[in-house]
Write a protein that binds this ligand. Sequence first.
Ligand SMILES: C[S@@+](CC[C@H](N)C(=O)[O-])C[C@H]1O[C@@H](n2cnc3c(N)ncnc32)[C@H](O)[C@@H]1O
Length: 216
Amino acid sequence: MRMRKKKHGEERILACAELLISDPTVLKDDPRIPFSDKEKELCLEIGCGKGNFAVGMAEKNPDCNFIAMERVRDVCCIALEKAMACKETRPDNLRFIIGDADNLDEWFPEGSVDRLYLNFSDPWPKAGHAKRRLTHRNYLARYKRMLKEGGLLIFKTDNVGLFDFSLEEFAEFGLEILWQTRDLHNSERAEGNVMTEYEKNFSEKGFTINSAIVRF
Ligand SMILES: C[S@@+](CC[C@H](N)C(=O)[O-])C[C@H]1O[C@@H](n2cnc3c(N)ncnc32)[C@H](O)[C@@H]1O
């Protein structure tokens, strides 16, 4: 996600400090440290963009703790501000990391995450860029280490090329595809679906949404 540099970006991020995990290496000891209720399931979204999904999911699922990760500071700033504004009391089950999925191994202990969400990940359409796709087997190997045994990856994308590639990667990596659809909004999982910014935009333009749930 490209974005013009935000005015006063750093001050705005600082104003949301209570929701930001500024040093994600602290998670390596215990990824539940940022949360008051440490018994809840831990969910991670990678590439949260402007935060609609993370904020909506945290509100709808008070029994889960959510960490939303975004590598572009100015984009994460918008997500942080959305979370700060979402209700009088700040969500106590949602925290953000400004950082890259390439660092997952340094931040999350083995078998620590229950569910991983990838929403409208960058498709990197050129064959030479396949390794950058967040569903490439190199990333799946990182997720396998970080997720609990039987942990779920829940994936949504408008991009048919990325979806086909991802299904092949899941199968070749030996993962069980529990559910898939080429039209999420007309499926049995439409109810309760929390839309992302990209999802809203693409579906308003008439694109159908592909989705898969995969067990590790
Ligand atoms: C196409 S946007 C989708 C944003 C949001 N998930 C949505 O559906 O509206 C993809 C986002 O993932 C972020 N991203 C891409 N690769 C990433 C990585 N390796 N680590 C963290 N964030 C990443 C990008 O900066 C961008 O904001």
